[in-house]
Design a protein around this ligand. Structure first.
Ligand SMILES: Nc1ncnc2c1ncn2[C@@H]1O[C@H](COP(=O)(O)OP(=O)(O)OP(=O)(O)O)[C@@H](O)[C@H]1O
Ligand SMILES: [Mg+2]
Length: 246
């Protein structure tokens, strides 16, 4: 019984979370949701609905105005900065505005995410090569990130977020600038990470094509509130692995 309860415990839980940007922009209002270990959750909603804000709260880039956010059962507001820093090493984030370093090469941008984990030079080299093949960017390895197209930069941002096979991956509009064939490469990368490494994935997207044919949960945000649980398929449970907060 107790074991069942533990297996059901969410990796991330938002309890009545409100986010107000100064002076009075209500981006999220009383949002409650759970994200389970090993699931892929799609977050949809019109522009301005609060999708990016929600992802930023989960990765501690922003703090909630009200409400509680728990990761592996721990209240983020009560974790001290070093703990937050260790936790963030287990979270990969592909930001909507990419946040790549334009004066660094593609390989350097991806390597940066791995160097903080003390991965060996060889492991870093191999992982970069693998990711660039998967995302059809092999010929861009030594190119400056600032000289790439938007769609290429978007894939570099995703490669960097996925590089460490994180426990949790947050992808904000990961296919916004991509054609259908390249979108499929991104989906394959995300699915592979989820299936092979058990990575829990939250994707904010406008792109219906990436979730319509799946049985993953879809949550729709409307003006800062959860409006529809478009799919309620039971999240796939995987073994409990190391809790996110260190
Ligand atoms: N740093 C900020 N300061 C003030 N207001 C903000 C800030 N970031 C977001 N907002 C506002 O909060 C609301 C939610 O924005 P958010 O970026 O989360 O929406 P979104 O669903 O990701 O939109 P999009 O689909 O366009 O990316 C919007 O009204 C936006 O203008
Ligand atoms: Mg957004």
């Amino acid at each position: 019984m107790e074991q069942d309860a533990r297996q059901e415990s969410p990796l991330i839980e938002l309890i009545k979370v409100t986010k107000v940007y100064p002076p009075d922009i209500v981006a999220l209002e009383e949002v409650s949701l759970q994200v389970y270990k090993g699931e892929i959750l799609f977050l949809t909603g019109r522009s301005g609905a609060g999708k990016s804000t929600l992802l930023k709260l989960i990765c501690c880039l922003e703090a909630p105005t009200k409400g509680v956010i728990e990761v592996s059962g721990r209240d983020l507001a009560k974790i001290k900065p070093p703990g937050i820093q260790r936790m963030r090493q287990k979270i990969g984030v592909a930001y909507q505005d990419f946040k790549i370093l334009e004066k660094q090469t593609v390989a350097e941008n991806i390597a940066m995410a791995m160097e903080v984990t003390y991965a060996s030079k060889r492991a870093i080299r191999e992982r970069i090569a693998e990711l660039l093949v998967m995302l059809n960017l092999s010929d861009k390895h030594d190119k400056l990130a600032g000289e790439l197209s938007r769609g290429e930069q978007q894939r570099v941002a995703l490669a960097r977020a996925a590089a460490n096979r994180p426990t949790l991956l947050l992808a904000d509009e990961p296919t916004g600038n991509l054609d259908q064939a390249t979108t499929e490469l991104v989906i394959r990368l995300l699915k592979g990470l989820n299936e092979e490494s058990g990575t829990t994935i939250v994707v904010a997207t406008h792109d219906e094509s990436i979730y319509m044919e799946t049985d993953h949960r879809v949550m729709d945000l409307c003006d800062g509130r959860i409006s529809v649980h478009a799919s309620r398929s039971k999240p796939r449970q995987i073994e409990l692995f190391e809790a996110l907060p260190a």
